[in-house]
Design a protein around this ligand. Structure first.
Ligand code: SF4
Ligand code: SF4
Length: 445
């Protein structure tokens, strides 16, 4: 299976260089703007907020460093080298895409690709990722998960499933829906309940579904985000082959994920494989919130039990602003070659909110930063592994914003955000907790 990720030093008329050279260093990407009325702006870049926007942090800094990395000499007199400062800057970005949402020039669609291509080059040159990531990478090599847990315990969470559950072992039985639980609920004990809640909710709504148990393999998102493309391609190829087998032999037509990171990997990263079309033919990928909202809209179920709670909702970056179809004038027929024209927003923003609001007794209040202008929890892009204290500190800013709404609970749709926001609450000794949407729905059924 071949993969076609972009490289920082690719040649050709419309390579990444063409786009990162277009950054004007205007600094618009520092803040999330709502043009109003009344106009507002709020910090949107966790990295810039922590380390300072001047110098090389923020996306304009990445553009400048990409120029240096590919041979521009005006930034420094000497040749490019992997200095500790360069690596710190490159790897202390959460890849949240906040900057990408703000930028309005031709660099916009290519910002995350540029950061990831720089990281991939650092790995290729033996300089990346950071030493703090090495355990994660070794775990992926040895265990097919980033959490250092042995393969044998991937299915341990399933031992707590009720005996009368309808969950099928899809290795042996057919079902149209594969529940892909992901590594975080499997290996990260504080968020394990969300997989159990998912099973209870799917049972309650009468879904015909199965899971892979110990045969599930990591989606590869964590290693791809830090530039370890070989490891990503290895596990992603296994998954694509397994998904095809499940479609052909077990009748799977829908893969449902609990995790925003898995979802993003399946819909945004897996299409870079030349086997994607063949392996995913007849299969659609949905986040649990999308599947449940679709069935709710069709009248197939509804939350019936009252849950008296004031809540707010945190948009995971990988379930929100990362999901875009960019419209680029590649041939120059509309403006000029490579000009950014527009985007189709595929962010899963409304399904979780509509489900929350459908629960009797729930009071819902938005945070000041939401949807495409959401503030990242701070755990993505390898940050939770390499900078755990800062990840929690950043999450505490988001928790404070949630507290401002009067909410007693933050609802999220990503186990990674969920765990980090709870760590953030501990930093500021807050009683405000985070739970997954599926846990809330479990209470409401
Ligand atoms: S990335 Fe875009 S918004 Fe940010 S400084 Fe460059 S041109 Fe301006
Ligand atoms: S991806 Fe997020 S953390 Fe990285 S530069 Fe952009 S806004 Fe800042």
């Amino acid at each position: 299976m071949e993969w076609d990720f972009r490289n920082i030093d690719d040649e050709g008329e419309l390579n990444l260089k063409k786009f990162f050279w277009k950054c004007t260093a205007c600094g618009t990407c520092r803040s999330g703007y709502t043009y109003g009325p009344p106009p507002t702006f709020r910090v949107i870049c966790p990295q810039g907020n922590k380390f300072g926007y001047q110098g090389y942090y923020g996306s304009k800094g990445k553009a400048a460093l990409a120029r240096w990395m590919t041979g521009c000499s005006y930034l420094k007199d000497e040749k490019f080298e992997y200095t500790p400062e360069f690596l710190h800057t490159l790897y202390s970005c959460t890849e949240c895409g906040g900057c990408q949402n703000q930028c309005m020039i031709d660099f916009k669609p290519h910002i995350i690709d540029t950061i990831e291509a720089m990281r991939a080059k650092a790995v290729q040159d033996g300089k990346g990722p950071l030493k703090e990531h090495h355990v994660l990478v070794m775990s992926m090599k040895n265990n097919d998960n980033p959490y250092t847990g042995p393969r044998a315990i991937r299915a341990k969470w399933m031992k707590k499933i009720d005996n009368d559950s309808k969950l099928k072992d899809i290795n042996k039985e057919s079902a149209p829906v594969l529940y892909y639980a992901g590594c975080t609920p499997a290996y990260n004990a504080p968020v394990r309940d969300l997989a159990l809640s998912t099973v209870r909710v799917f049972d309650k709504i009468g879904l015909n579904y199965g899971a892979l148990g110990k045969n599930e393999v990591c989606c590869g998102s964590t290693v791809l985000r830090i530039g370890e493309r070989d490891q990503f391609e290895r596990v992603a190829s296994k998954n694509l082959e397994q998904f095809k087998m499940l479609h052909d032999e077990r009748g799977v037509d829908t893969i449902v994920t609990s995790c925003a990171g898995c979802y993003r990997a399946f819909v945004e990263d897996y299409p870079h494989s030349d086997a994607y079309k063949e392996c995913m033919d007849g299969i659609k990928v949905m986040h649990t919130s999308e599947l449940l909202y679709e069935k709710f809209k069709n009248g197939e179920w509804e939350p019936t039990k009252e849950v008296k709670m004031k809540v707010t909702y945190h948009d995971p970056c990988h379930l929100g602003r990362h999901l875009k179809d960019w419209i680029i004038d590649w041939d120059g027929s509309k403006q000029w070659k490579g000009s950014y024209l527009d985007c189709i927003d595929r962010g899963v923003f409304e399904a979780p909110r509509e489900l929350i609001k459908a629960i009797p007794g729930i009071e819902f209040e938005e945070m000041k930063r939401s949807r495409n202008n959401s503030f990242c929890c701070g755990s993505g892009g390898g940050i939770k592994t390499a900078f755990p204290d800062w990840a929690a500190e950043n999450a505490s800013l988001r928790v404070e914003e949630a507290i401002d709404t009067g909410a007693e609970m933050i609802i999220s749709c990503c186990p990674f955000c969920h765990a980090n926001l709870n760590d953030g609450a501990k930093v500021i000794k807050s009683e405000c907790k985070t739970m997954d949407l599926i846990e809330l729905l479990d209470q409401a059924l």
